[in-house]
Every structure is written in structure tokens, then in C-alpha cells.
Design a binder for this molecule. Structure first.
Ligand SMILES: Nc1ncnc2c1ncn2[C@@H]1O[C@H](COP(=O)(O)OP(=O)(O)O)[C@@H](O)[C@H]1O
Ligand SMILES: [Mg+2]
Length: 241
């Protein structure tokens, strides 16, 4: 279980994240939704030790080391960053083989064969240079690389961004198959797909959590959009009275 408690991130005068708390159970999926600039990426970067933060982040009760991305990944918190970074000069399979290093010393939760089973498109292009992959294929490879690092929790930063809808659907099908085996913390601007898999939703705006609860409470797209952009709340409250 990943527990984020009172997380704050600042870049000089910019308050990117303010007092965010959330929990990702080992078999759960949590969605963090928010518009551009809400602090979603900063949250994931803080959890994985890439930027300094205040507040605590614990995995199964143990506080994760501060700015030590490698140790955090080895502890089982594995980040698939925005922009899906892969090694362009290596083949698909070489990318996966390199990534198994992060999981060394712990029981392998997913082998390369498991990745090919979950993401068959990768199996059929295992010898291809990663530079030649489409955006969707690179995203699949980035997810595959995260899996062979033996995650307890996967941090996914806008995994559907810039992908054709059918490709994004396939990526989310993969998450659905992973759910239960690994904790999922998925950050998105677009709610539609992630609401179908998330147990819990946290909405962020300007660095602050402005709503959280079971995913079903966020099913109304108009209400969700208002929460995300922070307009119409007075009207809504007045209408509720
Ligand atoms: N390296 C940085 N230096 C200064 N400000 C940053 C940096 N990265 C992000 N920010 C600012 O922090 C806020 C949150 O950004 P970010 O976490 O990227 O949000 P999101 O991922 O939700 O779009 C924004 O105001 C952004 O401009
Ligand atoms: Mg972002």
C-alpha cells in the first residue's frame, strides 16, 4: 500500500502541490484528475524522488527515501513518466532487458514473457529499434519496462495523452488486466477512460485536492469539469439549496 500524506512540492515561489493526501491499496486503482498545471506530474515526480517535497510517502508502512529515484524504484514504486521515455537506440527486447535491472534483488513479478503476453504488439516487434515505434507502441514499451522492474505500485503520468482513441483503449485494457496484481496511480486530464477502472478519484486544481471519493461520485462529466476548472460552484450550491 502506498500512502501519501500531506505532500507539498514547491519550485521556488511556485506552489505546485499543496497538502495532498491519498492512499493506493495494493490491489486498487486511484485516478488523479486535473487540468494542465494542477500539480499531477509534480505529485508523481515527488513520490518517485525526482523533486524535493514535504510530507511523507510510505510503501507498506516504510517511509520511502527522499530524493533517491533508483532506491524508490527498487522498493517497488515504478514511474512511467509523461512522454514515455524509451531507449531509441535499443530494440524493444533490449529495452525490456535493461529495465529488469531495477527489479533485481526482489522477486520478479513480471517477466519479459509476461509483458509479451500482456502487450502482444510488443512481442511481434521485439527485434525492432524503439526509435521506429509509433507513440502508442512506445507507450506500451514504457509500460512493459515498468512491469519488468517488478512494481508494487505503478505511477502512470497521462498514459493516454496524444494517442489515437483505439490505442488508448488498448492501453487501458492492459491496466484492467493488471489491476489486482499491482497498485495503480493514474494521472489524467481526460476522465472518461480512467473512471472506468479507478476505485477512487482525487481531483486537483492549482496544486490542491478539491475533491475525492469513490469513482462513481465523479461520473457526471459536467460536475467533474466544473470541479476541475473551478467555475459554477456558487451556482451549483445555490441550485442544491
Ligand atoms: N521545473 C519546474 N519549475 C518551476 N515550475 C514548475 C516546474 N514544473 C512544473 N512547474 C509548475 O508547477 C505547477 C504544476 O505543474 P505540473 O505538476 O506539471 O502539473 P500537471 O502535471 O498537472 O500539468 C505548474 O504551475 C507548473 O508551471
Ligand atoms: Mg503533467
Amino acid at each position: 500500500m502506498l500512502e501519501i500524506d500531506g505532500l507539498s512540492v514547491r519550485y521556488g515561489p511556485v506552489r505546485a502541490v499543496e497538502d495532498l493526501s491519498l492512499t493506493v491499496a495494493a490491489d486498487a486503482a486511484v485516478a488523479v484528475l486535473g487540468p494542465n498545471g494542477a500539480g499531477k506530474t509534480s505529485t508523481l515526480r515527488a513520490v518517485s524522488g525526482l523533486v524535493p517535497h514535504r510530507g511523507s510517502v510510505r510503501l507498506d508502512g516504510a517511509v520511502l527515501p527522499g530524493r533517491s529515484p533508483r532506491r524508490i524504484a527498487r522498493a517497488g514504486v515504478v514511474h512511467v513518466p509523461e512522454g514515455r521515455r524509451v531507449f531509441g537506440s535499443l530494440s524493444v527486447e533490449e529495452n525490456l532487458r535493461v529495465a529488469t535491472v531495477a527489479g533485481r534483488g526482489r522477486e520478479a513479478r513480471f517477466t519479459i514473457a509476461d509483458v509479451y503476453d500482456l502487450l502482444p504488439a510488443l512481442a511481434s516487434m521485439r527485434g525492432r529499434g524503439a526509435w521506429a515505434l509509433s507513440g502508442g507502441e512506445q507507450q506500451m514499451l514504457a509500460i512493459g519496462r515498468a512491469l519488468v522492474a517488478s512494481p508494487a505500485v505503478l505511477l502512470l503520468d497521462e498514459p493516454s495523452l496524444g494517442l489515437a482513441p483505439s490505442v488508448a483503449d488498448r492501453i487501458y485494457d492492459t491496466f484492467r488486466r493488471l489491476k489486482g496484481a499491482v497498485g495503480l496511480l493514474i494521472v489524467e486530464q481526460v476522465a472518461s477512460r480512467v473512471l472506468g477502472i479507478a476505485d477512487t478519484v482525487v481531483v486537483m486544481r492549482e496544486g490542491r485536492p478539491v475533491g475525492s471519493g469513490p469513482a462513481a461520485e465523479f461520473a457526471d462529466p459536467v460536475r467533474l469539469a466544473r470541479l476541475m476548472i473551478g467555475v459554477g460552484e456558487e451556482d451549483e450550491r445555490a441550485a442544491d439549496v
